[in-house]
Each structure stands twice: as C-alpha cells, then as structure tokens.
Ligand binder design. Sequence first.
Ligand SMILES: C[S@@+](CC[C@H](N)C(=O)[O-])C[C@H]1O[C@@H](n2cnc3c(N)ncnc32)[C@H](O)[C@@H]1O
Length: 328
Amino acid sequence: MSSAQSMFYTNDLTTGLISPLMDLDFADDVLTGLALPQKQLHAKYFYDQQGSDYFDQICQLPEYYPYQTELNLLPKVAKELAGILTSDCTIVEFGAGSLVKIKPLLNAINSIRQFIPIDISGIHLEMACQQLQTDFPKLAVKPVVADFCYPVTLPAFGHQQKIGFFPGSTIGNFCPAQAASFLENARCTLGPDSSLLIGVDTKKSPVYLHRAYNDADGITARFNRNILTRINRELGANFKPENFEHYAFYNAGQGRVEMHLVSTAEQVVDVFGSAVAFAAGESIHTENSYKYTPDEFCQLARSAGWQVERTWLADKDLFAAYLLRNPG
Ligand SMILES: C[S@@+](CC[C@H](N)C(=O)[O-])C[C@H]1O[C@@H](n2cnc3c(N)ncnc32)[C@H](O)[C@@H]1O
C-alpha cells in the first residue's frame, strides 16, 4: 500500500475544508492490486460522488439491516452518553458519509460544541455539512477530507472532552490486524482521556448476510461495478463494467462477507497504459466486511490499548455499539 506523503492537501478558506488536490496513490494502488494473484482493489475507492450516492441508496434497502438497526440503537446510546459527556466536547466522526448517524447524538447530548467529520468523499461530505450546519446552527462544523488509513491532522480541539465516533461497521472493511492499527491510530489522534463510540456488525446467519449484500434491486451490484467506472474516468482505463458480475458471499472461515467482481469472459483491459488480463471466471476482490462477536471485538479493542466501557446490542443481536475509553 502506498504512503500518505503523496497525498497533497490544501486548505479551502471559504468552506474550511481541507481537501486533497491530487491523489497520486490511486493509479499505483490500482495497478499493484490488479497485479496480485488474487486481483484486488481497496474498498475506499468505491467512494467517489457516485459511489457515495449508491451507498445512500443501499442504506434505504430493506435487505441492508446494518444501517437501520444501528440507527434505531443510537437514540438509546445517545441518552446514556448524555449522562457521561457533561462538559463541553468535540466529536470526531470517521467515515462520516451523509451525516445521518450523528443526529441522534446531537439531539440528545447538549454539551457537543464542535463536530469534525472525516471522509474521503469530499463533495459528498461538503454537501452533507452544509445541511447539518443549517439544522444545527450553533454547532461548529469542521469537515476534513482525508484518508483515515493514515494519521489525520485535525483542527484544534482546545481543552474540550474528545469523543470519536465510527459507525456503520466501516471498521469491518479492515482485516483484523489493520483494524487494530486503525484503533491505535484513532487513540493517538484523539489523545489521552478520550472515548470512541463504534458501531460493529455481529456474526449471524449466512443466509441473512447473503441477502444484505445481494439486494433484489441490484443496487449493491451497481455500487460494486462503479469502482470500474471510476477507474475508467480517473485513470483512463477501458473496463467494460457490464463484463463483470457482482458476487458477494459469507466466508465463514474468515468471518467476513467478501465482495468480488467476476470477469464473465476472457478479456484484456488497459489500465493507465498497462495491459491487465482476465481469465473467464477470474475475480477482483473489492471489499471485505468482517463480522465480530462481542467477545472478539472487545479483545481487538483491548489489543489496541482501549478499555471497553459499555456494550449495547441491538434487537436479536443484529448489531453492536461499543463505548471505548482511552486510559491515556
Ligand atoms: C460504509 S460507509 C458508512 C457511512 C456512515 N458512517 C454510516 O454509518 O452510514 C463508509 C464511509 O466511510 C468513508 N470512507 C471509506 N474509506 C475511507 C477512508 N479510507 N478514509 C476516509 N473515509 C473513508 C466512505 O466515503 C463512506 O462515507
């Protein structure tokens, strides 16, 4: 994987956004991933503007239980947090998306003064922030467009209490070792005496999981294929997305849902001047969504230096939220 140094940032003084001018790593990551014996693409590249829009559509699907299940759990979580977060605080949200899940927290916790949403999908984040600022005019909203796989430079916290928020089970996109590194980095970013509220999907029936990632309307398939359209547009490749089939399944041995794009024919694709050959039936592995039992996740969090303060389980244990504390 490439280094954070090749991402150039600029400060937009009109919006307060810190945004990447040019991601020099994208071509390198794509070519490296497509040269592996099991071809792969990093899931973070799903999220251009179109990808973020598709993800919002996925969240409205009846099959995609994680979104609504977590959203239903959050008011209860927020009510308890309101009793803990009594002095002025800053919330930092990782992978903030459309800023829907912060709202139950903002509605219940009066001490939140500042909100720092981080996301890789810049225009989508900017639009969501404008709406949030209208809905919560007294809140200081300071978006940061960045890749949270690397240490992120944040606006000043002052002396406020700090709480991280990482909903959506986005942590499941990392393999367990990367998830532990992310949790360690988040602990450093947030600093001593901070907390992290994190939403994590649980292990459950493979049939249920299969349904969630193979919706009847084919929106998840469009989301998956869109990564090829993005590579065509941004890297001058000539993928024919219609020549790749969406394939998602639960890998019980690894405890993860895997998403792939399977080549329906023998074909050669030009990517940034490199010829990439596909056999018929060969796949590109585009996403993992690891699922964790509460015991597994608590162990992972502790291995990254966090204390587990509180666990909330949704109805039928379909989803979990954890409050972690950085002992300093
Ligand atoms: C699964 S969606 C979750 C969105 C929202 N938090 C929710 O729970 O509905 C993942 C979000 O994280 C963002 N994201 C994915 N990889 C990222 C990365 N490496 N750095 C920053 N943001 C990332 C995506 O743009 C997207 O908004």
